[in-house]
Ligand binder design. Structure first.
Ligand SMILES: *Cc1c(COP(=O)(O)O)cnc(C)c1O
Ligand code: SF4
Length: 458
């Protein structure tokens, strides 16, 4: 006990730390493709394609990802390369050709942006009724940057966290990153968030998301989270932070100027009785291969915060059972809890990344077979669709009919959760709206109620 009494004041000062050098965060966007040394040896055609695609879809990558996560001798098949660098097939051929012509003819920036906007409008920028249906109100006023879809969990999009340390090519939040103001969802100040949470005692979980909230300065995060230690917020038991910084910029937790402050914030929240969960977005074991990534994990866990891993299954990146099994094993070894395998949403470059549900399920099952029970905490494959999160539980044959066995992991109506239901098997369906009820039924059990909810919300 003596050591605690005599310990330095801050938590971060008490965790023994391996020495890492501070790094400057160097990032490249579509306007700096020619400054990225690593790609200059790629074929001319590839560089042109990158330029075309990145004038429509968001592109941003930092030097750590380029130098330490991508295995350049495997390019273009390297999973991390596919995760961050634009590929021609990410646009539909007609969209690609249209934008390529603009570049070939030397069109000016304004015209390129106008065409980019038209193409984006074609790409389902806000899937699953995000814009219309999840708008909570405080004192009769709509709260920007807050979503309340499932009873117990509120999503918060802090305005300072609407970007990421790099962008994933498949991101369903891509519309927020391309500077299109009416597509953004950013918030709202701390007081309004707190006002909402104060009034909603049914909420147990606050999920801070983005973009990536870890691009924020710690002092901003403190402003949002520290007040939740007051007794009036006792109902908020869990604070989750969705982030890909453990992959894209682990220095955030180790050597950045306010890294220690961040670690101290986690420790204070834990000491104050909150469950702090870092919801780490991972797609591939190759993201967890550097010393700095392991050190970041170690420092977070030392505070008592949990790290849970989730991420989508993506063609060209991780459509491979061995890669999933290897990732889950590595996570478990480092004390991370595998949480969700998602199916990619119907937006953006989905045509390039999508995988039939049947195949996603087979990959999930194969990977599950190869990990111990501690790795089998990942649920999925799960679709975050309008009515809720729907999991493919299995493929079965019932009285001669081949079916998908499905269940809600989350539902707009909590009563839908965990009820098994059935869809006709399909080799090709990639999303819930392509599935039909099995056994000759006309509708899924939740459809009428969901339709009524949609109308009710206008
Ligand atoms: C996934 C999700 C949550 C959290 O759901 P859990 O099953 O508790 O992880 C909350 N809100 C939205 C909109 C979500 O998509
Ligand atoms: S880190 Fe998350 S929010 Fe950022 S681009 Fe990737 S998927 Fe999107």
């Amino acid at each position: 006990m003596n050591s605690i009494v005599n310990a330095p004041e801050t938590f971060s000062a008490r965790i023994p730390t391996v020495e890492f050098e501070e790094r400057r965060f160097q990032v490249y966007t579509d306007r700096q493709l020619d400054k990225i040394e690593a790609i200059q040896s790629l074929p001319e055609e590839t560089l042109f394609e990158m330029k075309v695609v990145s004038s429509v879809l968001p592109f941003r990558v930092n030097e750590y990802v380029i130098n330490e996560l991508i295995q350049w001798d495997k390019v273009p098949n390297d999973p991390i390369y596919q995760l961050v660098f634009p590929q021609r097939e990410m646009l539909k051929p007609e969209h690609y050709e249209r934008m390529a012509d603009m570049h070939r003819s030397g069109a000016d920036k304004k015209d390129i942006q106008a065409v980019a906007k038209e193409i984006r409008d074609d790409l389902n920028p806000h899937p699953a009724g995000q814009m219309q249906m999840n708008l909570p109100k405080l004192d009769g006023e709509v709260l920007e940057g807050v979503q309340h879809k499932y009873r117990e969990t509120v999503l918060f999009f802090p305005s300072q966290g609407q970007t990421c340390h790099s962008y994933c090519t498949f991101c369903f939040r891509w519309a927020q990153f391309v500077g299109d103001k009416d597509l953004k969802m950013a918030s709202t100040d701390a007081e309004k968030l707190h006002g909402y949470l104060r009034n909603h005692t049914e909420v147990t979980d606050l999920l801070v998301t983005g973009g990536d909230p870890m691009v924020m300065k710690t002092k901003n995060l403190v402003q949002y989270l520290e007040p939740l230690l007051e007794p009036e917020f006792d109902h908020i038991q869990t604070i989750r932070i969705g982030t890909k910084a453990l992959t894209f910029w682990p220095y955030r937790f180790v050597t950045d100027k306010d890294a220690d402050e961040l670690i101290d914030l986690f420790a204070r929240l834990v000491e104050g009785g909150k469950h702090v969960a870092i919801m780490a977005h991972y797609n591939h074991w190759q993201e967890i291969t550097t010393d700095i990534a392991e050190e970041a994990i170690r420092r977070i866990r030392a505070t008592g915060a949990e790290i849970r891993a989730q991420g989508p299954i993506i063609k060209h990146v991780n459509d491979d059972a061995d890669a999933w099994a290897k990732m889950w094993k590595k996570q478990v070894k480092l004390g991370i809890i595998p949480y969700y395998m998602f199916v990619e949403r119907d937006t953006g470059a989905k045509n390039y990344f999508e995988l039939p549900l049947a195949q996603a399920y087979e990959i999930y099952r194969e990977a599950m077979k190869n990990v111990s029970g501690l790795g089998r905490t990942a649920r999925g494959p799960s679709m975050s669709a309008g009515p809720g999160k729907v999991e493919i539980q299995g493929i079965a044959e019932i009285k001669g009919e081949k079916v998908f066995v499905l269940r809600f992991l989350q539902g707009r109506n909590p009563d839908w959760v965990q009820r098994p239901f059935f869809a006709k098997y399909s080799d090709t369906a990639t999303w819930l709206h392509e599935l039909e009820p099995a056994f000759g039924e006309e509708k899924f059990f939740f459809e009428d109620e969901y339709e009524a909810m949609r109308k009710g919300n206008g």
